[in-house]
Design a protein around this ligand. Structure first.
Ligand code: FUM
Length: 576
């Protein structure tokens, strides 16, 4: 329902999903299938999502290629890859339900690559014991989005594109809606709802070198944090080992792990396969945290490629094979770098790819600690622990997108009346988003963003040190102040400077959470490496980092990890 007779354009739906990547689409489909009215609100155009950057495949223990695979092995791989910091129940549900979600996707029209006898083909990926990644060449995320989008638009979901939400609204303790603006006109818009599902993705644009595109500015993290939602484990950032390093304009663009899955070899400038010294058993298919750090070391110690990466070579597989299995990589390097990967190596290096931390959710329903607020996909946390295995994000968003849709639908059904929108909260939100226009001598948001990216890249990056993290926390306070008083010119009509000024506030919250948690965790584990504490630590293996808003301050603490039941622990004993 749309109403224009109140002061602001207001839309009323049982469930509002924010973000239209895989998690948002899957959640919206599920909530809609429960007979509820559903709004799907996205900042970008439908179909433009970081989901497409999970190129190499979706992990599910279908056992089509390696018949010994099963959910127990997938569960164990996920826990080991996450360095046992995962929420065990999420990892269990994920491993158990992923194959059903793939079969469902296939029924909805996804066209996977096939085994000779017609089953879904599966390829190897880092940290997975068996060949487990169902794929469509190197365009798996794209096919997943295409399929979900097709299904979604025929499910009666109301889609609101190019609409940025900046504030979640509450009625008492529970969620009542969201406030934002149309990117083109700058007009304000309100969504009144019984339940909100955040599926806003990650925080990659806080870093200088990233595979993420402009949308990944921590919007969901910040909106939820600002109304009292708890975050966990924000220090765990995944630096994907292989992004492009050259030419400068494309630095950070993803080079899919499928290149290594199909046999790609990493070498340094001496021609050495350096993974031999790091993980001789798994070599290039070690987990991402390990491969990224190994590449970082080669470069730092002077064994890098001419443009500051290392070499990744698949050319020995032959042109036909490469063009069939890795068509996007072939075109990407040809068009962007003038490199023919069927004839010679690529140059690659780590790129900020994924945030393991995020909003704490209930594993069954994906509800946060705010009644009526749910989260799925990268903005939520727990599933991947300290390091995500490649391919587990696509299966995560299918499994937990569905669960969030169901959870929100049940919550909405149990809510008789629409909660009220508090006018004072809306007026406050309007004042906050209008502030950048009120000043004429403030700094440009672009300058603040550039400095934020440099800071996060250099001091909260792959290798961290106490002194630099202290500096990062202090410098982030200064950046927050600069962002608070930055100014933009012109009007609210399509004004990218204004959009960035607002996004900066969200990125600064996520960055501060990452830096403070990284300072607190005195050990190295997965996507968090402390040069001064290089080993695992027994205490830190039992706790999640927690982040909450405490007045104007950010409170960082720890909470005990949920205890794994004995029958699951037994799986690890049997493996020994
Ligand atoms: O390398 C890739 O294709 C990325 C996959 C993922 O992040 O899951």
């Amino acid at each position: 329902m749309t109403s224009y007779n109140t002061k602001y354009e207001t839309h009323t739906h049982d469930v509002v999903v924010v973000g239209a990547g895989g998690a948002g689409l899957r959640a919206a489909i599920e909530a809609s299938s429960q007979g509820l009215s559903v709004a799907l609100v996205c900042k970008s155009l439908l179909g433009k999502a970081h989901t497409v950057m999970a190129e190499g495949g979706v992990a599910a223990a279908m056992a089509n290629v390696d018949s010994a695979d099963g959910w127990q092995t997938h569960f164990k791989d996920t826990m080991k890859g996450g360095k046992f910091l995962n929420n065990w129940r999420m990892a269990q549900l994920h491993a158990q339900e992923a194959p059903d979600r793939i079969r469902e996707l296939e029924r909805w029209g996804a066209v996977f690559d096939r085994t000779p006898d017609g089953r879904i083909l599966q390829r190897p990926f880092g940290g997975h014991t068996y060949r487990r990644l169902c794929h469509v060449g190197d365009r798996t995320g794209l096919e997943l989005i295409r399929t979900l989008q097709d299904k979604g638009v025929h499910s009666g979901i109301d889609v609101f594109m190019e609409c940025t939400l900046t504030h979640l609204l509450k009625d008492g303790d529970r969620i009542s809606g969201a406030f934002g603006y149309w990117r083109e006109s700058g007009r304000f818009v309100i969504f009144n709802t019984k339940a909100v599902i955040l599926a806003t993705g990650g925080i990659g644009k806080a870093f200088k070198v990233t595979s993420n595109s402009w949308e990944y500015t921590a919007d969901g993290h910040a909106m939820a944090y600002n109304i009292g939602a708890e975050m966990i484990d924000m220090e765990f950032i995944q630096f994907h080992p292989t992004g492009m390093v050259w030419p400068p304009g494309v630095k950070g663009i993803l080079v899919t792990e499928a290149v290594r899955g199909e046999g790609g070899r990493l070498t340094n400038n001496k021609g050495e396969r350096f993974m031999q010294n790091v993980d001789p058993e798994r070599m290039e298919l070690s987990t991402r945290d390990i491969v990224a750090k190994a590449i970082n070391r080669e470069v730092k110690e002077g064994r890098g490629s001419p443009h500051g990466g290392v070499f990744l070579d698949i050319s020995y597989r032959g042109a036909d094979y490469i063009k069939k299995k890795l068509p996007s990589m072939y075109h990407q390097f040809m068009e962007l770098a003038d490199v023919d990967i069927t004839k010679g190596p690529m140059e690659v290096g780590p790129t900020t790819h994924y945030t393991m931390g995020g909003l704490r959710v209930d594993p069954e329903s994906q509800q946060t600690n705010i009644p009526g607020l749910f989260a799925a996909g990268e903005v939520s946390a727990g599933m991947h622990g300290g390091n995500r295995l490649g391919g587990n994000s696509l299966s995560d968003l299918l499994v937990f997108g569905r669960r969030a849709g169901l959870g929100a639908a049940e919550f909405a059904k149990a809510t008789q009346q629409f909660p009220s929108i508090n006018d004072a909260d809306v007026e406050k939100a309007i004042v906050e988003v209008s502030e950048p226009f009120e000043r004429d001598k403030g700094e440009s948001p672009y300058a603040v963003h550039r400095d934020l990216q440099d800071l996060m890249q250099n001091k909260v990056g792959i290798i961290r040190k106490e002194a630099e993290l202290h500096e990062a926390v202090t410098e982030l306070q200064a950046l927050k102040e600069r962002a608070r008083v930055c100014s933009v010119e012109g009007s609210r009509q399509f004004n990218p400077g204004w959009h960035l000024a607002l996004d900066l506030r969200s990125m600064l919250i996520a960055s501060e959470a990452a830096a403070r948690c990284a300072l607190q965790r005195k050990e190295s584990r997965g996507g968090h490496t402390r040069e001064d504490f290089p080993e695992y630590d027994a205490h830190w293996s039992t706790v999640n980092s927690t982040i909450r808003k405490d007045g104007d301050a950010m409170a960082v603490s720890t909470s005990p990890l949920p205890e794994m039941p004995s029958e699951l622990k037994q799986l690890f004993e049997e493996a020994k």
